[in-house]
Write a protein that binds this ligand. Structure first.
Ligand SMILES: C=CC1=C(C)c2cc3[nH]c(cc4nc(cc5[nH]c(cc1n2)c(C)c5CCC(=O)O)C(CCC(=O)O)=C4C)c(C)c3C=C
Ligand SMILES: [Fe+2]
Length: 395
């Protein structure tokens, strides 16, 4: 027999599982995959709708898509195959099959709507939240249109890379004729934590990443999820996702001295402790000075510039992943970096404010370039509704 929670082609009346399978509840008032303890792997995809009818017809097509996607996402997170016929010899199976026999491994599938969804095509312009304003240009960025934007984004996270990939592939397949995939990104190792129970992982520069992230429910309520004060009631309990594909110049970094690397972040490389001492989770002292009078955490240190103490208390929930796309043929360098994902209740006063400052002053800029970008309004969880985004599209 097969343990419950294992994806099987035809279901099974199996024995009970030895241990509870690692599953994350799909329903709920807030989407899973935001506050959820961060999984090891990411498969991210942005899709564009290909509709060309009247706004009413296009809205109908979008609604049909979201109903189909919600049912499929719910099934996959629950460890069931994509709903539909899998054993009819004269038709392709409803589920592509590569995750049969795999457990969900904490799969979460999270949806977001890009600013372009609120253009003329769907007649949704008056439902566009003010917080979904296009991101401004930042100093030093070199964005590639082929890894930016999109009408809809899907973030699939799982501890099993096959299961995460299976999710975005099957949504693409179910959406054929209504959506095309615009760009996608795989992340192979988490580079943040969203729970204090998780050990802090490392980014590709070898530093612990996620030490001072948001780890508690109260701070999530304050800085991550949209509250009653929103201009668009359909976004209540939703969140805004900013995705930035950030290339990291690994070869140049690897030639830099240890003390210099540590000054770039303001932290010790091996322990993750602030340069002002203590352990990884101890409070940095931004006022501390070296014997020569210079600040111990340098003025351009990434941590100093990004810390809430120096930004009017502002925080964001980081949910980043390391990525590699192989190598750059022209230079022989690794094409790798950080797929920076962050959630917040209003990007204008959170990501944008922080990134304006970082793009101008961060010592890290010598080693990184932002090459992709997306902004998405992630609606509330399905809760008692039938489909994702029902609060946006109900009438
Ligand atoms: C605009 C927001 C941020 C971007 C873009 C960003 C890029 C980026 N960060 C690292 C590595 C580290 N970041 C760390 C802390 C940190 N970073 C941000 C924001 C952005 N980072 C914040 C808000 C914080 C927390 C600051 C604080 O309150 O102390 C750290 C230190 C460890 C930690 O607390 O997580 C590292 C390391 C890279 C490599 C990168 C782009 C490639
Ligand atoms: Fe950072």
């Amino acid at each position: 027999g097969t343990a419950a929670g294992t994806l099987t082609a035809c279901g099974s009346d199996a024995e009970p599982p030895a241990a509870a399978p690692a599953k994350v509840e799909f329903g709920g008032d807030r989407q899973a995959g935001i506050a959820t303890a961060q999984q090891d792997r990411l498969a991210f995809a942005a899709y564009d709708l290909t509709v060309d009818g009247s706004p009413e017809q296009n809205r109908d097509a979008l609604r049909r898509l979201l109903k189909t996607w919600t049912a499929a996402a719910r099934a996959m997170c629950d460890g069931r195959p994509v709903p539909g016929e899998n054993k009819l010899g004269t038709a392709p199976p409803a589920d592509t099959g590569e995750a049969f026999g795999s457990k969900p491994a904490n799969l979460t599938v999270t949806i977001g709507f890009g600013p372009s969804l609120f253009d003329k095509r769907f007649g949704l312009a008056d439902r566009r939240p003010a917080a979904l304003a296009e991101l401004p240009k930042f100093a030093g960025e070199n964005l590639d249109a082929e890894s930016s934007n999109g009408d809809i984004a899907i973030q699939a996270c799982s501890d099993d890379p096959m299961v995460a990939f299976h999710a975005i592939r099957n949504l693409a397949r179910l959406g054929r004729g209504t959506v095309v995939m615009r760009w996608s990104q795989l992340g192979f190792g988490k580079a943040a934590t969203t729970s204090s129970k998780q050990e802090t992982p490392r980014n590709l520069f070898g530093f612990k990443d996620g030490t001072r992230n948001i780890h508690d429910a109260k701070t999530m309520d304050r800085w991550v999820f949209v509250g009653a004060d929103t201009d668009q009631a359909w976004m209540r309990d939703g969140s805004y996702l900013v995705a930035r594909k950030i290339r990291m110049r690994i070869e140049a970094w690897d030639r830099d001295f240890l003390t210099d690397q540590q000054n770039v972040f303001g932290r010790h490389k091996y322990t993750g402790a602030p340069l002002t001492g203590g352990g990884e989770f101890d409070q940095p002292n931004f006022a501390a000075k070296n014997p020569d009078g210079s600040p111990t955490i340098p003025v351009g240190a990434h941590m100093r510039l990004a810390a809430r103490e120096n930004n009017g208390g502002v925080q964001i929930l980081r949910r980043a992943y390391n990525y590699t796309d192989g190598m750059i043929a022209a230079s022989g360098e690794l094409d790798a970096g950080l797929f920076f994902l962050c959630y917040q209740r209003d990007p204008r006063s959170q990501f944008v404010a922080l990134q304006r400052k970082l793009s101008a002053h961060d010592a890290l800029n010598e080693y990184i370039t932002h090459v992709g970008s997306g902004l998405y309004a992630c609606p509330p969880g399905v809760g008692d509704h039938e489909y994702w985004g029902q609060s946006l599209l109900a009438d």
